[in-house]
Design a protein around this ligand. Structure first.
Ligand code: PLP
Length: 371
């Protein structure tokens, strides 16, 4: 028997928008600086294979992931005749962990060395293994501390046993151009990398960092969120194109004929004559419970407030004001052209990154090319 499923939710990724975002970011760079793509966490939930392939076709040759398994996925997605290490690079931000050094080497992945321990893990007596050296410049997350960096600088031989592709650091406040931390980290980065004694290629900027000026660009930038349409400069008009459309369907409509309440906890009172649509998306789909009383969905081109508790499989939208007749099966936009991911994140009290990485556990992604 053939099953003709008609999905009740759609998650559509516009690969051409991703490609245009990449080219737009790359255009911000001076000649000589390369633009990588950060595709960790399954490309922020949008599909690392498809995104990597799309960006490779646009000329991207540098891919950052967090973990070894993610690196494998990127490699598998790229043309099999292309070799990591030669034709493109896959950098593993978590360092040479989660697989043996031999596995990293066999696959041709480049670990980011975040600590003296990482360095010890990646040392080889027979060959100069490729690596990215990560210096902490103020975030105090991953990376060599100032003292560890000084120590490294003093024993110049230690670095010579690696093929250091880049020296990198990561900005803590790049999304806020006015934050004093940016300049402080930039100066730290220059001083610490200079102290290493050799001119290394350098990498500092994530998406936000790319918009802090050329001084932050160095040799390689590492945008993630901006590729996926998240505004790298919140509060200023978003220069990036939206990539994600996430829609649910109206399962049922109801007009209240007996005053009462809607949803779990009987938390939202309803009055006679009000109209509601029950939408096929809930927290199991990444629609956060914190959107209760704050979220909106777009039905028939009109923004409708989400009322009552967010359930596992459904939400309730107030359609009392919608002019058009609303029917079961009608689309309800959760994220899309009327409400970009950043708006939904703001409603939920979180950031676009968390919204995107939470999507799609139940909904199959589909990919669209607009051009
Ligand atoms: C995630 C990450 C990035 C990408 O950051 P965005 O803000 O998404 O552009 C860049 N560098 C490092 C080290 C990261 O962990």
């Amino acid at each position: 028997m053939t099953i003709h499923a008609k999905p009740l939710a759609r998650l559509v990724i516009d690969l051409d928008a991703v490609a245009r975002n990449y080219l737009f970011l790359q255009k911000q760079l001076q000649l000589g600086a390369d633009c990588a793509a950060v595709v960790k966490a399954d490309a922020y939930g949008l599909g690392a294979a498809e995104i990597s392939k799309t960006l490779f076709d646009q000329g991207c040759r540098h891919f950052f992931v967090a973990q070894f398994e993610e690196a494998l996925e990127v490699k598998r997605a790229l043309p099999p005749e292309k070799m990591p290490g030669n034709d493109f690079s896959v950098y593993v931000l978590d360092g040479p962990q989660g697989a043996t050094a031999e596995d990293f080497e066999t696959e041709g992945f480049v670990p980011v060395l975040n600590s003296p321990d990482d360095m010890a893990r990646w040392t080889s007596s027979t060959r100069k293994r490729p690596a990215v050296l990560h210096l902490d410049t103020g975030m105090n997350r991953l990376g060599f501390s100032a003292r560890e960096t000084e120590k490294l600088a003093a024993e110049a031989e230690a670095l010579k046993s690696f093929d250091i592709r880049y020296v990198m650091s990561h900005l803590a406040c790049a999304d806020d151009p006015n934050h004093a931390m940016n300049k402080a980290q930039l100066e730290n980065f220059k001083a610490l990398s200079a102290a290493l004694g050799r001119p290394f290629r350098l990498s500092l900027a994530n998406s936000g960092g790319m918009f802090l000026g050329e001084a932050y660009h160095f040799d390689l930038t590492r945008p993630g969120c901006a590729l996926y349409g998240i505004n790298p400069r919140p509060g200023i008009e978003n220069p990036m194109q939206g990539v994600v459309t996430f829609e649910g369907s109206v399962l049922q409509t109801r007009e209240i004929d007996r005053a009462g309440s809607v949803g779990y906890g009987a938390a939202y009172p309803v009055a006679l004559g009000q109209k509601y649509a029950i939408i096929s998306v809930g927290y199991a789909d990444g629609y956060l419970r914190s959107l209760e009383g704050r979220g909106t969905v777009v039905i028939a081109g009109e923004k409708c407030p989400v009322v009552g508790r967010v359930s596992m499989d459904s939400i309730v939208a107030d359609i009392t004001q919608v002019q058009a007749q609303v029917h079961p099966g009608d689309a309800a936009e959760i994220i899309g052209e009327h409400q970009p991911v950043d708006d939904v994140a703001q409603q939920a009290g979180t950031i676009g990154y968390e919204i995107l990485t939470g999507l799609g556990k139940r909904t199959k992604r589909s990919y669209r090319r607009t051009a």
